[in-house]
Design a protein around this ligand. Structure first.
Ligand SMILES: Cc1cc2nc3c(=O)[nH]c(=O)nc-3n(C[C@H](O)[C@H](O)[C@H](O)COP(=O)(O)OP(=O)(O)OC[C@H]3O[C@@H](n4cnc5c(N)ncnc54)[C@H](O)[C@@H]3O)c2cc1C
Length: 388
């Protein structure tokens, strides 16, 4: 088993870390307090080729393997989980779905545009993923959005909630019930009948615009259907596995940075005549977190490697995602404790990281549903029925 990164991957990692340190770290706190989408950062990311990270060069992409893309997500996650979530949604959920399941004409029409951050609307434009609905959260077998066939077109009606990148979107990947079952559609955001609505105020990830999107009599050519009718579930599941690893990598970056920030603080904060880093209670909080960070690193890199080798992960994606969400929550919680009252102050970065980390148990599917998938694997072959 060889866990070493190649020379090229190491070079990419250094470049991603430079980008995050120089372009994101200096403005991350201010952007969070202003609850503003990181438009300038994403424009620079587009110029670096990050918006087309895993797309082939013929579609203006950077042609990174998934391990290198995970290194990018890790670097972004260190300084701003919001930027990582926006990019992860754009690349793992939208661009790669079109790359894997799209026709040549769809790839030609959309991938170069996504890689360049283009699309209708001012400024940088991203891809957004419309699966969740007001009454179909974890249970996406109950979609109310309908795509009625109308000659060479479909007419889509429904409401999508929690659409990350909503108000920055140029292109939506919308899941709807068509005559042949759940189906995915590529919907440019300037299509008649699309309205990007209310932006949800959130506990964390305050730089990601989460919007409700309304589709009313939205008429799209049949050529905008991704794959065949009825293939929507397969497309959404594959996207979910890629997103699990991408979010796991971002969580890893968040965890590593939280640990570094709090450990440094512990060496500088003096109580009872010495730095609190010399207290075993503090060392234990740091050491437990270091163990979890290391375990998460291997799960994430191995998951990324498997995506490169096999293109899919099965329930292993749920293992990565559930563990990443738990570790991110536990470590940020412990690091707030290490920093005492300063950990709780918005003037210090731990408060933002703690709020952001909480989202990881929900975004990309709630942890409980990932546990059901893992249980299915454990009980496979036994005479028990495992269902959500
Ligand atoms: C920050 C954020 C970003 C998001 N971005 C997007 C996006 O870009 N696109 C998109 O389509 N969606 C997005 N989502 C939606 C996300 O996928 C859903 O929030 C998630 O799938 C859970 O759905 P729900 O919120 O409706 O909760 P519900 O499904 O109502 O669940 C509520 C609680 O019940 C639990 N539960 C439900 N069913 C079961 C069961 N069978 N067994 C045990 N427990 C169960 C859940 O785990 C959860 O704890 C985002 C969500 C968040 C919070």
């Amino acid at each position: 088993m060889d866990f070493a990164l190649s020379e090229e991957q190491k070079m990419f990692r250094a470049m991603f870390e430079d980008f995050s340190t120089n372009e994101i770290a200096p403005v991350a706190e201010a952007l969070d307090h202003e609850e503003r989408p990181p438009t300038e950062i994403l424009e620079k990311a587009a110029r670096q080729g990050f918006l087309g990270a895993t797309l082939p060069e013929e579609h203006l992409g950077a042609d990174l393997d998934f391990v290198s893309y995970a290194l990018l997500m890790e670097a972004l996650g260190r300084d701003c989980l919001s930027v990582a979530v926006s990019l992860g949604t754009h690349v793992s959920l939208v661009a790669m779905s079109i790359l894997r399941h799209g026709s040549e004409a769809q790839k030609e029409a959309y991938l170069g545009m996504l890689a360049a951050g283009g699309g209708s609307g001012p400024g940088v434009r991203l891809g957004a993923f419309g699966l969740t609905e007001p009454d179909a959260g974890s249970d996406t077998s109950r979609l109310q959005t309908r795509a009625g066939a109308d000659g060479e077109h479909y007419v889509i009606d429904g409401v999508k909630t929690w659409v990350a990148n909503g108000e920055m979107a140029g292109l939506l990947l919308v899941f709807a019930e068509a005559p042949g079952g759940m189906t995915a559609f590529v919907v440019p955001v300037d299509t008649d009948g699309v309205t990007v609505g209310y932006r949800e105020p959130t506990l964390g990830l305050r730089n990601v615009p989460f919007n409700t999107v309304y589709l009313e009599g939205c008429r799209v050519p049949a050529a905008n259907r991704l794959g065949e009718e009825g293939e929507g579930r397969e497309i959404a599941d594959a996207a979910g596995q890629r997103m699990a690893v991408a979010l796991g990598a971002a969580a890893l970056g968040l965890v590593e940075d939280s640990l570094e920030v709090a450990a440094r603080f512990a060496t500088e904060r003096v109580q009872f005549g010495g730095p609190i880093a010399e207290k075993q209670a503090i060392q234990n909080l740091v050491a437990e977190s270091a163990i979890e960070a290391e375990a998460l690193r291997y799960l994430v890199y191995h998951g990324a490697w498997r995506l490169d080798q096999a293109g899919g992960l099965g329930s292993q994606g749920s293992v990565v995602k559930a563990f990443a969400a738990r570790v991110a929550r536990q470590v940020t919680n412990r690091m707030v404790q290490v920093m005492g009252g300063y950990g709780y102050m918005e003037d210090y970065p731990l408060a933002r990281k703690y709020r952001d980390a909480r989202a990881l148990g929900l975004i990309g599917g709630a942890t409980e549903l990932h546990l059901v998938r893992i249980a299915e694997r454990v009980f496979e072959g036994w005479d028990v029925e495992i269902a959500p």
